[in-house]
Design a protein around this ligand. Structure first.
Ligand code: K7E
Ligand code: CUA
Length: 666
């Protein structure tokens, strides 16, 4: 009731700001209109997929817009018991790093692949903030298919942002840290000498999407916060927001807020790539994981890489510039034309808009105001197109509607502000509930936004939902931006904490979905392509169970002769060849998670029984009317016992078709 009332109130506030009239009886009219706009009738599809960062949940979450319905949680950087990601033997290598197996991360930003600055629906890139990594998801299967660790980095925040033809994905380190080829075991107060801010440039194979850490740039030891690539005329450039130009290493809230201006750093990535091709840069010894999913074997492999090419400030002297930007900038956004670069200073009372043409002219005219650690600093006025005056308090992020308007989130004043890019006039403002962080318009950071909706991802929900203990629901809010005035349509809860998001029209990817994996193409080394092939093989204390699942039984479903201390690998192949018929697999006492095996796929659960006894196993996914019958037993005998290894399906004495079989011993 409370939230209903508040929703009504919010609408009234918005409406009265619009019309200036006294709110009376408008509540139902406004919410009725809004309800219709977000209503997606049962059985109908949403118009957009909305991919939302999972924040400290570490995953990516898929919602439908405009309904706000949760469609799926996509495991990326965290183990996911729902489908065994990070628990099954096949997926464990995806979470390998130079620090070992890392089961969690903090996921902030997403980028959809682009062709000619337009969203193309092939891949989705995601960053891991804590242990620096970039992931690629394949939008045909909605699976994480690649994770690349980033050396010489810590806090991979300014990531992943990509060029207009997905040539490069960029990743800037938030924390300046000592390089990997020198000792990091140095006094913290040697920050200014020893700490570097490294930018990573990940080359993308245009056909396969495979990532490769092509090179890095060893930049000054500043904090890189966010980034966007140019597009159109500015397509060869990346722009990074930088804070802590003071290079403080303690009490940053005070010490990194001293300078009136920090920087946007402009980097010509095409020139940098040419320098690397021409042999520039030093080889830095390091260690980083490159994890790849191979769908033909339904398995991931992890490879440790040992070296990276690093360009210096000196190498980059004609290809990297600083632009002063007030004050502790967070978001760094480029408009659809590629001409305007917007820096959102968290502590600034205005929003500076820089002109790409003016930046180029300033470089040609050498309109520099000095150097910052060897990087030329362009004069503020020489790069500035203009300032949006009195936009609100605490600007964070800006998106675009493709009609010449920009929308900036205001964290402190809890509002979205719409302004015109040409004349920099504020056109509209609407409250968010509360403390908006990122905002997103479908395609809103590409050259061709789809417009129509804007979603605000908020940091605080306070009184918007039924309370849920000390931590309240995380939340997004959907606005209609098709008219002159923004209209709040819907609140919907999200996984916490939401940061950036991307969205694209449903039909761009729905038609390309993989429905099942062909069993004939399954090259998993432990695949069992028919029940007749199912078997149990002992190799010392390792036992491999070649198991199949089909509605509604496992083969085999009775196993004896397992001993305490064995390592048992259940390699379960789902024989179904139909859309949306996964089977699950779980066994009493297993310490990892279930498996959820897609049709045609093989997944492996490792199980080490700790005591003798009877261990039931079952299918966890309600797959048919006889799903509850999809179960079996594993008998475990004490270590050293000589219970024979036998396995069976339907082992009745009168059934000659399926006799009890002896397991092989190798
Ligand atoms: Cu939440 Cu992009 Cu990590 Cu701003 S960041 S809000
Ligand atoms: Cu298979 Cu339930």
């Amino acid at each position: 009731m409370k939230s209903l009332k508040l929703f009504g109130l919010a609408s009234v506030v918005a409406l009265s700001a619009l019309t200036g009239c006294k709110p009376k009886g408008t509540e139902t009219a406004v919410s009725g209109d809004a309800a219709q706009k977000v209503y997606v009738a049962p059985g109908k599809y949403d118009e957009f997929y909305n991919f939302v960062s999972g924040g400290f949940n570490g995953q990516v979450n898929v919602y439908g817009l405009p309904s706000g319905r949760l469609l799926k949680v996509l495991p990326v950087f965290s183990q996911n018991p729902e489908n065994g990601y990070g628990y099954s033997e096949e997926t464990k290598p995806m979470l390998q790093t130079s620090h070992g197996f890392i089961p969690w991360d903090d996921q902030h930003h997403l980028s959809l692949s682009q062709t000619n600055a337009e969203v193309d629906g092939r891949w989705l890139f995601a960053n891991a903030n804590n242990t620096p990594r970039v992931a690629r998801l394949d939008l045909k299967t909605f699976k994480t298919v690649e994770i690349l660790e980033l050396p010489n980095s810590a806090g991979n925040h300014s990531s992943p942002f990509l060029t207009e033809n997905t040539e490069f994905v960029v990743a800037g380190t938030r924390f300046a840290v000592p390089m990997d080829d020198v000792s990091g075991d140095v006094p913290i107060d040697t920050f200014k000498e020893n700490f570097k801010g490294v930018l990573s440039f990940i080359g993308i194979d245009q056909q396969t999407g495979d990532m490769d850490l092509t090179f890095q740039i060893e930049a000054p030891g500043i904090n890189f916060d966010l980034s966007h690539a140019g597009k159109g005329k500015s397509k060869d450039w990346f722009f990074f927001s930088c804070y802590n130009s003071e290079k403080a290493n303690t009490l940053l809230e005070v010490n990194a807020s001293q300078n009136d201006k920090d920087f946007i750093m402009a980097v010509n990535w095409r020139k940098a790539a040419e320098l690397v091709k021409a042999g520039k840069g030093r080889k830095v010894a390091t260690n980083y994981a490159h994890n790849k999913w191979d769908e033909s074997i339904h398995s991931a492999t992890s490879t440790m890489k040992k070296e990276v090419t690093v360009l210096s400030v000196e190498d980059m002297k004609d290809a990297m510039y600083m632009i002063p930007c007030p004050k502790s900038p967070h978001g760094c956004d480029v408009d659809p034309t590629g001409e305007y670069i917007i820096g959102s200073g968290k502590l600034a009372a205005l929003i500076p808009v820089f002109s790409f043409d003016k930046i180029q002219k300033a470089i040609a005219d050498k309109a520099f105001a000095g150097e910052y650690d060897g990087v030329q600093v362009i004069k503020y006025e020489a790069a500035l197109y203009g300032e949006v005056q009195k936009p609100g308090l605490g600007p964070l992020h800006t998106e675009f509607d493709g009609k010449g308007n920009a929308y900036t989130s205001m964290f402190v004043s809890s509002e979205v502000v719409k302004w015109n890019i040409k004349d920099l006039k504020v056109l509209d403002r609407t409250p968010t509930f509360y403390s908006v962080g990122h905002l997103m318009i479908p395609g809103g950071d590409s050259g061709k936004p789809f417009g129509k909706y804007l979603v605000a991802y908020n940091k605080i929900t306070k009184d918007r939902y039924l309370p849920t203990g000390p931590e309240l629901a995380q939340s997004a809010q959907l606005y209609d931006i098709s008219g002159d005035k923004m209209q709040l349509l819907l609140d919907f809860p999200t996984f916490g904490e939401p940061h950036y998001a991307q969205a694209l029209p449903g039909e761009m990817i729905s038609k390309n979905q993989v429905k099942f994996f062909k069993i004939a193409d399954n090259k998993h080394p432990y695949a069992t392509k028919g029940e007749a092939e199912s078997k149990v093989v002992r190799e010392g204390n390792k036992v491999h169970v070649y198991m199949t699942s089909i509605r509604s039984h496992f083969a085999p479903d009775n196993i004896e002769g397992i001993r305490v201390g064995d390592e048992v690998y259940f390699h379960v192949t789902n024989l179904e060849q139909d859309w949306d018929v996964p089977h699950g697999f779980a066994i009493l006492g297993n310490e990892n998670a279930e498996l959820l095996i897609m049709p045609g796929e093989t997944c492996t659960l490792k199980w080490v029984p700790k005591k003798a006894g009877m261990f039931p196993m079952y299918c966890t996914d309600f797959c048919s009317a006889l799903h509850q019958e999809m179960q079996g037993y594993v008998r475990v005998s004490p270590a050293g016992s000589n219970t024979p290894l036998i396995y069976s399906l339907n082992n009745k004495k009168d059934n000659a078709q399926s006799p009890v079989k002896s397991g092989e011993t190798k």
